[in-house]
Write a protein that binds this ligand. Sequence first.
Ligand code: MGD
Ligand code: MGD
Ligand code: SF4
Ligand code: MO
Length: 756
Amino acid sequence: MTNTTAEPVWHKSACVLCSANCGVEIKLDGRSFARVRGNKAHVGSAGYTCEKALRLDHYQNARSRLTSPMKRQPDGGYTEIDWDTAIAEVAAGLKAVADTHGGDKIMYYGGGGQGNHLGGAYSAGVRSVLGIKRRSNALAQEKTGEAWVEGRMFGTHTHGEFAEAEVAVFLGKNPWHSHGFDAARRVLKEIAADDKRSMIVIDPRRTETADLADYWLAVKPATDAFLLAAIGGVIVEEGLAKSAWLDKHVEGVAETKAAFATVPIAAFAERCGISEDRIRAVARRMASAESVAIYEDLGVEMAPHSTLVSYLHRAIWVLLGNYAKPGTHSAHTGMASLFSYGASGKEPIDPVTGGAIISGLVACNEIADGMLSNHPERTRALLIESANPVHSLAGSARFREAMRSAEFSVVIDIAMTETALEADYVLPAASQYEKVETTFFAAAFPDNWFCVRPPVLEPLAGTLPEPEIHSRLAKALGAFTDDDLAPLRVAATEGYEAFGEAFAAGAAANPALARAGAIVLYETLGQTLPEGMAGAAALWFSSQQAAMKWPEAVRNAGHVGEGPDLGNALFEAIINNPDGVVFTRHEPGQAWDLLGTPDNKIHLAIPELLEDLTKLGSAPLGYTSPEFPLVLSAGERRSFTANTIIRDPAWRKKDAEGALRLSPADAKAAGVQTGDRIRLTTPGGSAVAVAEVNDTMMEGHVALPNGLGLAYSPAGGEPEVAGVAPNELTTTEWRDHIAGTPWHKHVPARIERVAR
Ligand SMILES: Nc1nc2c(c(=O)[nH]1)N[C@H]1C(S)=C(S)[C@@H](COP(=O)(O)OP(=O)(O)OC[C@H]3O[C@@H](n4cnc5c(=O)[nH]c(N)nc54)[C@H](O)[C@@H]3O)O[C@H]1N2
Ligand SMILES: Nc1nc2c(c(=O)[nH]1)N[C@H]1C(S)=C(S)[C@@H](COP(=O)(O)OP(=O)(O)OC[C@H]3O[C@@H](n4cnc5c(=O)[nH]c(N)nc54)[C@H](O)[C@@H]3O)O[C@H]1N2
Ligand code: SF4
Ligand SMILES: [Mo]
């Protein structure tokens, strides 16, 4: 908590700007972050940070912080209201929609960003009392295609071990900037420096990661499927697959090989722009390695053929035997599930849009269209938490319109965001350094870790942590009474054992308690936890679940006990170790036990995607046109981008305006120089950006950074907007045919110089 001694104290916490969540230590000066440094004792990052963490004060102490609940007035402006009024009116507003149309017509969007997943856990109580079932969040515009493939093949999520891999492959992924695993730059440099290891980067742009690669495959945008199909074709043609291993562990090999055997290798090489010789060399390099790990990310997940690409690279690493060995891929444990990877291919269909609901999430690209339809089942109200969909989803204008069409909408955020500005009510949350927080991103094997960060500061006056907001909403909705909680409150003071028994008995006997779940833990057990830690109470349940699912692995990680005692020991460890703890420790071969398939085998053949593979040759040759001859990647990760988590543009040490990068050839053709203003036009919109002529760009490919175009008032006056908001230029209909994920990396565009 707030430092009251004279001696400067380094507060242990984590960086919230990307999913790596590096451990940091923060030195305060009042409420300012005077210094931030890497935490050497952190279980995952061991002192590592990138340049962004050092500037976290721009998150914590931004002028954009909200300090009062806000209510929209008939004239469109907002007035401050007190918390009691806000909770009563928000509860009443949501309830009115649930009573009129059914709770299933309310959508819950978001629930956490790069550093905060506890709020989402507590929202479950509010959702269940209102009957909210419809959900979506950013994962349904990036990872649902991957989840659909992984569910079918493995019944769960797998993760690559890049720190160990002999061959590391980055597919539409620039870990130098975007990270995605512990100490990414350190790992990339280690691979680059080791003659026995190789790095393969598949990216049209010569990224910072590509500069370190042994093989940079500069694919033409959106042709990864052709490249991967050709690599698979070579593996089959040259007999490189690991047959004995496949016989033992994998189903569906023959069908998969047969589909790859149909690939016209030379023709596909031509289509992706990589020579056949080089494709063969890369296939052989992967086949000769003891271990290969592949990381797919947005460059392929947000481009045409995305779900097929998610499948093809997995088929390749499976054919080459890269599962459950050090440096390959493994399924892993998780303290809580962020996202389900259990797809079966028989996903429920959204009644409004007809799209598949993968992992329980409505495809982001279908939300606004569904709300703006006349369908009787359409979403009528929105509860949005820790997300900025007006900015982050395809077609910002359409999402704004959808929000205004809602009968009721509420946003829980720390700032008056682009999304908040369309809502009926805005509830101000305490920042991620003003409450206990954690994420459920943990994806590592054989050791998996988890880090709970205690608060560094008291909540800013006028704000509340999400557990408290959800608890108040649930109470206002009549979810439970103090009488319901009384026995659990008593039991909580008697210790974990008594509490565990009382909780199990209470939940079985009283449906109100079962429904409110995590909120009940917060209100009872939470009140007995150390100061500031009440919000960690939900993790007691997660700890019990982890201990029940993987008792041996939890004990191997050093936690002692049997049954509920083991869960209690794990909970004690995680809430008392801001350096993070290893919570499960496995042996490499045990990755087979963690598979979610009924026979603990990999299921290689996905018929729908094998069919897509055999039809790939007849896919459109491109998506550009004479009117829009260029391909825009709308939303690249750079050194000072972090989604929309930091709104103050002054946090950027370079590229303050977020330049449009273009190749020297395209710049010449348009008569553009670095620093010029260019008008960028797409089928979805038009905007003016500053140009940066950049020789890492492929001709015909231009890129805008992610997270720019935010309104901010540096001196508290009229807001200013720095850079272009990428989704003012995108549209919802450009999307994957299976997962509905957007083609943000592949937007047809044209540029014109604005007169100097
Ligand atoms: N600095 C920073 N780091 C972040 C974030 C951030 O905002 N800023 N956000 C975090 C989040 S939420 C995510 S999901 C990750 C995303 O991390 P990444 O996916 O690594 O990030 P991007 O830069 O969006 O896209 C990666 C690459 O895709 C390439 N690409 C474009 N088109 C194609 C194509 O057709 N084929 C191939 N193969 N590549 C293509 C681009 O050139 C780019 O280098 O980053 C996380 N880390
Ligand atoms: N065109 C294009 N669009 C993209 C992308 C792209 O590459 N191109 N990338 C996409 C990807 S991969 C992602 S993950 C999404 C990200 O987009 P979103 O999921 O919308 O997330 P963020 O931009 O990170 O917004 C997080 C919100 O949380 C708020 N916040 C911060 N701390 C707290 C807190 O403690 N409590 C609460 N309640 N709120 C808090 C911030 O103010 C911000 O409004 O964007 C997507 N949009
Ligand atoms: S932004 Fe940098 S310091 Fe922060 S979590 Fe990601 S890699 Fe770590
Ligand atoms: Mo993301």
